[in-house]
Design a protein around this ligand. Structure first.
Ligand code: B1M
Length: 236
């Protein structure tokens, strides 16, 4: 006999129930259902950003809470992460093809010792959608990856992500190395990740801490505008 889960037709659910069902499906790591839910919401006229935040990020928050409380374990969280990534993959081209004017280039990666990449990917997607060129370093990056890539790519911004209290101090290693090499002021340094806060960003010498992807976009735009104004003032 089919169980209750098999009987649910996602397309028949009203938006609020569909969102709750998607949170459940993300929790259960049901990739196909997440993809279907994302497509249904898109067909109903939802913006990619609202789907990201209300269906996917909100669902992952529930997963995070139960992971913290020892109700979920790494294998289950990995499945949830895969389902989330599948949903993000559908939204990515929609976020990226906005035709926004070119803003600048950002090298972004998760720091050494840390393999969490969903938040970093989300920031990269939103930044691309806002007109930034993104060079994605992936996960587990030592200091030289940031610096060498930023130099080679002539980037404007170095973005660092850390999700663990044990890996966030590594951001200071990167910034201190930039200072030692006399290149700190060549780049705008933005940092983010769930355990960080503004005070931490200030303490390690970053230009700004970004609470989420939307804040990262706005902050990056502000700093790029400031940089252009400074250049114009120096030239004039
Ligand atoms: Co991990 N994990 N995890 N995990 N995991 C956390 C971070 C944790 C808080 C869970 C918990 O206990 N509640 C906890 C850390 C506790 C701590 O440090 N005090 C934790 C732990 C302990 C671990 C392991 C150590 C578990 C273990 O092995 N025993 C292990 C560590 C592995 C390692 O990195 N070395 C581990 C492993 C994993 C998985 C592999 C299973 C999986 C990662 C899969 C992947 O990323 N591909 C995983 C996941 C999924 C999580 C949670 C549940 C969700 C993270 C996530 O994707 N959130 C997480 C719980 C939580 O965060 N509440 C948890 C959704 C994402 C959109 O949000 O990443 O915060 P977030 O990104 C946001 C902002 O923070 C910001 O913008 C993003 C979008 O709005 N932002 C930036 C992020 N980066 C930015 C960079 C910027 C700007 C903004 O640059 C400019």
């Amino acid at each position: 006999m089919a169980d209750e889960e098999d009987d649910i037709i996602l397309a028949d659910l009203p938006d609020d129930e569909l969102l709750l069902q998607m949170h459940d499906d993300l929790y259960d790591g049901l990739k196909d259902e997440i993809e279907e839910g994302v497509r249904i919401l898109l067909d109903r006229g939802w913006t990619p950003y609202d789907i990201l935040t209300q269906a996917l990020v909100a669902g992952m928050t529930i997963v995070g809470n139960d992971f913290r409380d020892g109700i979920l374990f790494v294998p289950e969280v990995l499945l949830a992460a895969n389902a989330m990534k599948a949903g993000m993959a559908i939204l990515k081209p929609l976020l990226v093809e906005t035709g926004a004017p070119r803003q600048g280039k950002m090298v972004i990666g998760t720091v050494k010792g840390d393999i969490h990449d969903i938040g970093k990917n989300l920031v990269g997607m939103m930044m691309e959608g806002a007109g930034f060129e993104i060079v994605d370093l992936g996960i587990n990056n030592p200091v030289e990856n940031y610096i060498e890539t930023a130099q080679r790519e002539e980037a404007d911004i170095i973005g660092m992500s850390a999700l663990l209290t044990t890996t966030m101090p590594y951001m200071k290693v990167v910034i201190d190395t930039m200072v030692e090499q006399g290149i700190r002021d060549d780049y705008i340094v933005l940092v983010g990740g769930a355990p960080l806060n503004e005070e931490f960003g200030r303490a390690i010498g970053a230009d700004a801490y970004c609470r989420d992807a939307a804040v990262a976009v706005e902050t990056a735009k502000e700093f790029i505008a400031r940089k252009h104004n400074q250049r114009a003032a120096a030239a004039g």
